[in-house]
Write a protein that binds this ligand. Structure first.
Ligand code: NDP
Length: 347
């Protein structure tokens, strides 16, 4: 059995989903209530691989919301993730993906030092961040998306926003080793971490986001921002491929300009319909098949009987592990999402 720990993108989204799922008491309350709310197992999932293998899983809503971080309610955020992890362990789930901010909170607040949750000692072997598969899928979106949208990868400048993060650094490693791009631009805030990454890669130009965007043919967004940033489309190259892997989205709103193509980054499409409800609340065109690559990682590990933390810690993802999870992804019928996002607003 696999598990998915997820959260919604903001309070009004959470209230809407709670109403649709029949949790009326959650739907009518404000952030204070969500801060107190325990995690809930809200969906039973069945997925069939293209190999014919069938597996079952559960989705657990942690009731964490990004506003909790924006308001400095760090202890609440930590409690949300630990309680959700304790719930999946209590339910006997073998391997669980920590979606969106769950793994970021685990790392940033050193939750590995707080593994005793009431009567349960968390076994971190049963959890994976899902970031190896997410990074692999983002790189496929760069390589295959470039071809699809008329950009020659060998001549392309690629900016990675959030380059020093767990996913961003893995994307940079792959783009450097395997993708044969023209130039890599590294964007984040902490200068020391950027220098270390540049040294490790032996390449890459460090630039602030406002200087990197006008120089980039392709932008991979993987910054841990709790709300999206407004972009001026007039300052972008054409064509330009924007791959937004943030959750919540790193870019605010839609971009109306010919030649600007937006992909929902780190998203996969499965070859067969999945029996579940949860994705229908997340504004994707085909919720029976399209979802987050990090969730797909726990499914892949379950299909293969690999019940251990395949992706764990920060900045340890290698191109070899990305290739390994990538071949399992293809074997079981997943592909990177390449259709323009509904936010593209292409003319
Ligand atoms: P990390 O915390 O490891 O890294 C975040 C990166 O973003 C760092 O480089 C950080 O560097 C940078 N950053 C944060 N704020 C800003 C900012 N305002 N401007 C520029 N850079 C910024 O996060 P992960 O790699 O684990 O996750 C990244 C994103 O991917 C998150 O939004 C997450 O929710 C999403 N995600 C998507 C998944 C999917 O399946 N599609 C799966 C898992 C995560 P610095 O602090 O120095 O700026």
């Amino acid at each position: 059995m696999f598990g998915l720990i997820g959260h919604l993108t903001n309070l009004s989204h959470a209230q809407r989903v709670a109403r649709d799922l029949g949790y009326d008491e959650y739907a009518s309350h404000d952030l204070e209530f969500w801060c107190m709310a325990p995690p809930q197992a809200v969906d039973e999932i069945t997925i069939t691989s293209v190999t014919g293998q069938v597996i079952h899983g559960q989705y657990v809503e942690s009731c964490f919301l990004p506003e909790m971080l924006a308001q400095g309610r760090f202890k609440t955020a930590m409690r949300k993730i630990l309680n959700a992890m304790a719930l999946v362990q209590k339910r006997g789930i073998d391997i669980t993906a920590l979606g969106g901010f769950s793994s970021i909170i685990f790392e940033n607040f050193s939750l590995d030092k707080l593994l005793n949750v009431r009567d349960i000692t968390l076994d971190i072997q049963r959890f994976t961040t899902g970031n190896t598969h997410t990074a692999y899928i983002l790189c496929q979106q760069v390589e295959q998306g470039a071809v699809r949208y008329g950009i020659d990868p060998a001549k392309a400048t690629v900016a990675v926003v959030g380059a020093t993060g767990d996913i961003g650094s893995a994307v940079c490693r792959w783009l450097t080793d395997r993708a044969g791009i023209h130039e890599l631009l590294l964007v984040a805030r902490d200068a020391e971490r950027l220098d270390r990454l540049q040294q490790e890669l032996g390449t890459g130009r460090i630039l602030p986001v406002e200087e990197a965007l006008p120089k980039a043919d392709i932008v991979v967004w993987v910054a841990s921002m709790n709300q999206g940033m407004a972009i001026d489309p007039a300052g972008l190259r054409t064509p330009c491929l924007l791959i937004d892997g943030g959750y919540p989205k790193n870019m605010a709103g839609t971009l109306q300009r010919p030649g600007i193509h937006i992909l929902d980054g780190g998203m996969v499409e499965h070859s067969l319909d999945i029996d579940w409800q949860i994705m229908s609340f997340l504004n994707v065109p085909n919720p029976a098949r399209q979802f987050f690559a990090c969730f797909a990682e726990s499914m892949l590990l379950e299909f293969e009987g690999l019940h251990f933390n395949f992706s764990w810690g920060r900045n340890h993802i290698t191109v070899e592990k990305m290739a390994q999870i990538g071949s399992l992804s293809k074997k079981h019928g997943f592909r990177p999402l390449l259709e323009p996002s509904q936010r593209s607003g292409e003319l």
